[in-house]
Ligand binder design. Sequence first.
Ligand code: ADP
Ligand code: MG
Length: 693
Amino acid sequence: MRLRKSDWSSYPKGLPIEALKGVGPSLSAKLSRIGINTAEDLLFHLPFRYEDRTTVSTIASVTAGSSYLLEGIISETKIIFGRRRSLLAFLEDNTGRIGLRFYYFSKSQQAKLDSKKKIRCYGEARKGASGLEIYHPEYANIDIDTSPNEHLTPIYPLTEGITQSRYRKIVAEALLYLKKVPIQNLINRKSGIDISEAIQYLHKPPPGANADLLMQGEHPAQKTLSLDELTAHQTYSRLIRDELKKLKAPGHSNPGSKYKKAIRSLGFKLTGAQSRVAKEISNDMMQKHPMLRLIQGDVGSGKTVLAALAAIHTHENGLQSAVMAPTELLAEQHFYTLSAWLEPLKIEVSLLTGNVKGKTRKIQIERIKDGKTNVIIGTHALFQREIIFQSLGIVIIDEQHRFGVHQRLALREKGAKKNFAPHQMIMTATPIPRTLSMGIYAEMDVSTIDELPPGRKPISTSVLSNDKRSEVIAKVDAACQSGRQAYWVCTLIAESEHLECEAAEKVAAELQDRLPKISIALVHGKLSSDAKAKIMDEFKKGSVDLLVSTTVIEVGVDVPNASLMIIENSERLGLAQLHQLRGRVGRGSNVSHCLLLYKQPLGELSRQRLTVMRESNDGFFIAERDLEIRGPGEIFGTKQSGEIRLKIADFLRDKEMLPEAREIAEKLLIEDRETAKILIRRWITNTEDVGLV
Ligand code: ADP
Ligand code: MG
């Protein structure tokens, strides 16, 4: 087929993938599942790593745990009837022999691995039943004297049913077209190379390419495309922002008497940071377009009161507020806290989670629709269609990382009246370094609560091996007997919630057995919401001394008298989660302690994480260290933010490019919106649902 210049990215459809030789309907359906619909999509679906198959190794040099390109003669092939049937072929060269094991194999494969066949194969060696083995190597029968690949071999993120070699073949087709018809450069960049060259280079690195640079994502070809991608994300975010800002919002009057009364009756004085952020919020809500604000504040910095104030301000202007939490437990906690502040002001608060069922639910929904309920607290259930707000003025989302851009956009439709969109306020305790928030929250205004309420004493944290368990239990005993309260958190993250609950049950029973004088309660995800609420209430009132729980208490739980926390299997948790959990203590006037129990042997990364926890209470510092420890690719916060899937760029590794990307994006949106949209389409899938592109 003949191509014209515009065919690659001709908007909106582009060159269909079937136009490439070797792509039929079945393959095209599979590709579509990973977001590849056009030839351009194919080329922008880049390798995530490379394998060096340029040099053949000797079998004698193979050690377990590394990958090798090997070449030799099959000396023996047999079927092993073990617990699982497998095909075992032995490959020999002049230096030794190694087993190639296949658990899935066809007759024709078996034939290719017949004795005396000469093959070349690639794979990772491990210790197997016959000595060193390679499981499911990629292999090919070879004629004598063909040389191995000259190129590094790209490895792609693929889906079931598409093999690497099949994919490489279609990419090679697309690259042939690319030679004739280059892909357009859409942005003006200060440095970097031509975009078509970059693509060509990354799919087929020339002989002698610097493998280390490529593996680290630092090659100029990668940098070129990373800037392109980051610019696309910045452009997209700005476009969403423009779209939201185009909508109208009611434009509140100044905060009134209820607002002021609430502040007077809190029982504490707002910190400087809280007052500043409260003002930023109320100012936003007095504008005629919707607020779009992210409130960042470390665990315990007092974000809930800001939610309460925003809800009061909204109520004073005759509108409803919706408060959304990621878990039912947190929704319930917010319900109690907010009710205590708002009910005295004659503001009706209701709780609507998935657990509220039957008649109660019906009545609640009715009251929301009639506008009798002023503040509605819930989980994702609030997004459900059946729930119609009479006059929604603001959506407050706590711990936003579980809500995405799409969900936030969907809120437009829940708006107060026709043509009015609700304000949006998102609170997060996942501190993200400034440089990163520019990438991740580009469409939002950001407020930071950079001050903790006065009198907070730093939590002292110790890291203890499990064999100190008895001492730890004695500490819990002493603390509880002296009137303090404690959490004992059981974690089992890699396995099922069911197992986690079971483990917590066992621990609770064990502790009750060993601490007969202490009142112990257990809370986990399997309990009904009433049961959970009742237990939390008793813990809050102080009639329970020790709360054994799973990680359901991770976010939002607030019991200031609790000043001791034990976290079991802490070595398995990430820093973000540990910091969240630990934030449940250190909320009152007592000095709090956190004991991190771990099981031996402790891996190097776990050791580093636990050391960070012992040394710091500062969420921002911890976030930065988390980045360093985990390294690029696994970014603190971005994984949870769910939606942003970068194809080649990495917010951390490429953070120095963000300002440039933003600058280019802003210019592009002013000067050439059509090109901006093509750029977005190039890098971001699912833009259609948002209805923008
Ligand atoms: P987070 O930011 O983690 O959501 P919370 O809103 O749960 O924090 O607040 C933590 C605790 O601090 C709560 O008990 C809250 O009542 C209390 N608190 C909030 N602001 C202040 C303040 N300015 N002075 C004293 N205590 C405060
Ligand atoms: Mg909170």
